[in-house]
Design a protein around this ligand. Structure first.
Ligand SMILES: C[S@@+](CC[C@H](N)C(=O)[O-])C[C@H]1O[C@@H](n2cnc3c(N)ncnc32)[C@H](O)[C@@H]1O
Length: 260
């Protein structure tokens, strides 16, 4: 091969490696702030609050999760409210919806959108891995889209599960989406390198296989096995009721239940 082509390909490889290492140099709090800065961008607020997105309703996966729990009333906490895409149809079905988002303008716009659609929702501005909620207050806690994966580190996800379980009623459901990628091209060498970068920079010392900055915009952890998810959810005190994985779809969903 031409030498210059070889050099160019090597530089591309090094560039990719440097880019993918960015997830290792930030600490968990930095990773959350990094995602928050992305969502706080006015273009993103407008994007998630746009009529077309908001009125697109529940996805097929979300409808299927709802059918599985087979409940259509009660107090529902929606984490990752955005412009109200899920909150509005869920309120129309009959749930008393409280939505949480770490972007104040999203919460305000979602409440306005709900009012325009003839329903009322309550809004809270909080960060989902540090929720401050009353105990035994909700029948369902629903974590939007693939957002279970957006919480950096297993330790932080477990702490979130413990807060969620406390604020669910006994027998209450935790419905959530996560990023599923069993074929993720994550070699042992690449994991080792990122762990080394994390230690050298005193960054994300809890870096895990599957962690990435998706499109360089937001932290996400891809689950590569159902066992990994199952063990985590059970350690959080839940019973895992169902995992729904649709072929070739990166976004998967699951249902867990607080024991009676
Ligand atoms: C992918 S958007 C989904 C919005 C809406 N649920 C939908 O599907 O149209 C994620 C939403 O969750 C919010 N969000 C992301 N990470 C969050 C966090 N750690 N704590 C609270 N809200 C968060 C973002 O501000 C954004 O509104």
């Amino acid at each position: 091969m031409h030498l210059r082509i070889k050099v160019a390909k090597l530089l591309i490889k090094i560039g990719r490696l440097i880019q993918s290492s960015t997830v290792a140099v930030m600490r968990p709090d930095d990773l959350v702030k990094f995602s928050q800065q992305h969502y706080a961008n006015p273009n993103n607020i407008q994007g998630w609050c746009d009529d077309q997105v908001v009125n697109s309703g529940l996805s097929i996966l979300e409808q299927s999760l709802l059918e599985k729990i087979n409940i259509n009333k009660g107090r529902l906490l929606l984490l990752g409210l955005g412009g109200g895409r899920e909150a509005i149809p869920l309120a129309k079905i009959g749930f008393e919806v409280t939505g949480v988002d770490f972007i104040q303008q999203m919460v305000e716009r979602a409440k306005e959108n709900a009012q325009k659609s003839g329903v009322k929702i309550t809004g809270l501005v909080q960060e989902i891995s540090k929720l401050d909620l009353p105990e035994n207050a909700f029948d369902i806690i629903w974590l939007s889209a693939a957002m279970y994966s957006c919480v950096p580190t297993r330790k932080r996800r477990l702490a979130m599960l413990r807060r969620i379980i406390k604020s669910l009623n006994p027998g209450g459901y935790f419905v959530f989406g996560f990023l599923w990628n069993p074929k993720a091209d994550i070699s042992a060498k690449s994991v080792f390198l990122k762990k080394m970068i994390a230690w050298l920079s005193l960054g994300n010392l809890h870096y895990e296989k599957g962690d990435m900055l998706r499109f360089n915009l937001e932290f996400i952890h891809a689950f590569t096995s159902t066992e990994e998810l199952k063990v985590e959810i059970m350690q959080g005190g839940f019973k895992l009721v169902d995992i729904q994985i649709i072929d070739k779809n990166e976004f998967a969903g699951a249902i867990a239940r607080k024991p009676m």
